[in-house]
Design a protein around this ligand. Structure first.
Ligand code: SF4
Length: 325
């Protein structure tokens, strides 16, 4: 199958049979955290990017032979870009409803909902999960790097309009990126947007998989809890945190351990040349964290590779082998 994949298990939707409507990577955004890679065609132009008839044919094939005995809870329209750019999306949703009893979900970046045609085409879906990562222009540009035609105010208004017209479930996903869209100002602006849109649920996420841009880093558990509390204020729906922080923390710990191991060797190499006090090691290697520098030096002292000497009432560290040579 070229356009259908799965079913894959998703915590939000259960066993989800994915339908990929847009080839990589055509999108109205170029999010720093995107897992697909950089957007190669940044556009808001809607067209039939892949033949609708081919997708319908694959749906027929799947329904005729089943999904290899695996259960399907939901059909999910998604893409390696933005699925609402595909002009056949309404027809595909209608076809799924005609052929199966299963609910239809759409994962979207939410940028095209100001267009009444898009809202009408999506109105027959059962669950719509749009994202809105920022409600301040500068943060929106930083995190989502939108196409020139995308207007943030229109995005928020489009989602609010859709919510009023739509009879299914609208779950708003907000993905927070450390130091990019997680300031108090950002969270308060998002709080206002959430009150305007009034989704049935808010789902909070952060960068959990390798992002397109290495600067995109996950927020901390504490930041996420602070964001959840702010967004819950004056909002009657559910705020859910989707992130598995234990997995992120384990990954950061592994990366931290690797970094520390490298730092230890850098310090050993520096002290091969001359004895240095802690402050000088910290500055010379641009560590800028005296506690971390001390901890790394202590690793080398414990291993018998460095020793401390006092000269003019000042503590220096030097390589053991150099002095004994
Ligand atoms: S909207 Fe989705 S597909 Fe498009 S760049 Fe952002 S994360 Fe990637």
């Amino acid at each position: 199958m070229k356009y259908l994949f799965g079913p894959v298990y998703s915590r939000r939707l259960g066993h989800s049979l994915g339908i990929d409507l847009i080839p990589p990577k055509i999108c109205s955004l170029n999010c720093v955290y995107c897992e697909v890679g950089p957007t190669t065609e940044l556009t808001c132009e809607r067209k039939e990017y892949v033949p609708t008839a081919d997708i319908l044919q694959e749906i027929d094939q799947l329904l005729a032979k089943g999904a290899g005995g695996r259960p399907i809870d939901v059909f999910t329209l998604t893409a390696m870009g933005e699925p609402t750019l595909h002009t056949g999306i309404g027809e595909i949703i209608a076809y799924l409803h005609e052929k199966t009893e299963k609910p239809v979900a759409v994962l979207t970046n939410g940028t095209l909902f100001f267009d009444p045609k898009v809202r009408a085409e999506l109105s027959a879906a059962d669950i719509i999960i749009p994202s809105l990562d920022a409600a301040r222009q500068e943060s929106f540009e930083r995190v989502n790097q939108p196409a020139a035609a995308v207007n943030l105010e229109q995005v928020i208004e489009g989602l609010a309009l859709f919510r009023r017209e739509f009879h299914g479930e609208l779950w708003l996903e907000i993905l927070l990126v450390r130091d990019m869209n997680d300031s108090l100002e950002d969270l308060l602006a998002l709080q206002q947007a959430v009150r305007r849109i009034d989704p049935a649920r808010i789902q909070l996420n952060t960068v959990a998989r390798p992002p397109m841009d290495g600067r995109a880093r996950p927020v901390t558990r504490e930041k996420m809890e602070q964001a959840a509390a702010i967004l819950a204020e004056g909002y009657a729906g559910r705020v859910e945190i989707l992130v598995d922080f234990q997995a992120i923390e384990q990954k950061e710990f592994r990366q931290g351990t690797q970094l520390q191991a490298k730092l230890v060797e850098d310090i050993a190499a520096l002290l091969q040349r001359r004895p240095c006090p802690i402050e000088e090691i910290d500055t010379a290697l641009h560590i800028q964290d005296l506690d971390l520098t001390r901890a790394c030096v202590q690793v080398l002292v414990s291993a018998g590779r460095l020793e401390k000497l006092v000269h003019n009432n000042k503590e220096f560290y030097q390589q053991v082998t150099v002095r004994k040579a």
